[in-house]
Design a protein around this ligand. Structure first.
Ligand code: GLN
Length: 245
């Protein structure tokens, strides 16, 4: 330890996984495990809370995570999160929110329901999603906004949704392979809220993205020893090579 992060005296970095019972496709829970591991390796104590959809969302978390989901669980989860209000309160207080696929669509202003009908989202990111003509399925490679200083993204996508960004959000990345938002960009961010279509899980394949979220929550991070990165770097290398990138 010995980091002395302001605000963490006496308690750990609070990671909150939102609705594992409704939103956790393609192993998205791996995102939580990676954040937990990369924080602990740096001596940052961590508290993990899993919040099922019949439980209250604690408003005092540091990083909130949402995964992907099928259309109906996505609609149900949105309804419950709107009624709960805890996630919105946390984001307005400055907590970090990382949302994948269904979670990404849900935190926007609007998304396409099971029949394509517009559904009201949580309004935490200035994006709107609808249903596209074709499902986006397969490997994605995308170059991250240089302002974020995160290496090229590798991930897997499987979604019907297409997403357009309003003036209050910036694209996370530019697509080299795959569909992403559907307009040549992938994901979006504003402040400490970041969403992406990438599974993989995204933070397992892209440790740089995990460290960005940790930095937003906990301040500058120590680099990890190379041995701790070996498996992640090998996986990244394999997935990027598989699409010739
Ligand atoms: N139901 C959403 C869509 O198809 C999200 C899918 C997902 O999370 N994989 O666009």
């Amino acid at each position: 330890m010995g980091y002395g992060y302001p605000g963490y005296a006496g308690r750990g970095l609070r990671l909150v996984w939102i609705y594992p019972d409704l939103l956790s496709t393609y192993g998205d829970r791996g995102n939580l495990l990676v954040l937990e591991r990369r924080a602990r390796l740096r001596g940052i104590p961590v508290d993990v809370t899993l919040v099922n959809s019949d439980q209250r969302v604690p408003p005092d978390g540091d990083i909130y995570l949402m995964g992907g989901g099928e259309d109906l669980p996505q609609i149900l989860a949105t309804r419950r999160l709107r009624a709960d209000g805890g996630l919105g309160a946390a984001v307005h207080r400055g907590a970090v929110l990382f949302a994948v696929c269904a979670g990404y669509q849900m935190i926007g202003r609007e998304f396409g329901g099971a029949e394509g009908q517009p559904m009201e989202g949580l309004g935490l990111l200035d994006i709107r999603s609808g249903r596209g003509e074709r499902r986006g399925v397969g490997e994605v490679v995308a170059d991250v906004d240089p302002a974020l200083n995160v290496p090229r993204l590798t991930g897997f996508e499987n979604h019907q949704g297409v997403t357009s960004l309003g003036p209050g959000a910036k694209p996370l990345a530019r697509v080299l392979t795959g569909v992403g938002n559907g307009d040549g960009t992938e994901g979006a961010y504003a402040g400490r809220v970041l969403g992406t279509y990438l599974h993989g899980p995204a933070l397992v394949r892209n440790p740089g993205l995990a460290d960005l979220l940790l930095t937003w929550a906990a301040g500058p991070l120590q680099p990890l020893v190379p041995a701790a990165e070996e498996l992640a770097l090998r996986l990244r290398g394999e997935r990027l090579a598989a699409v010739g990138s």
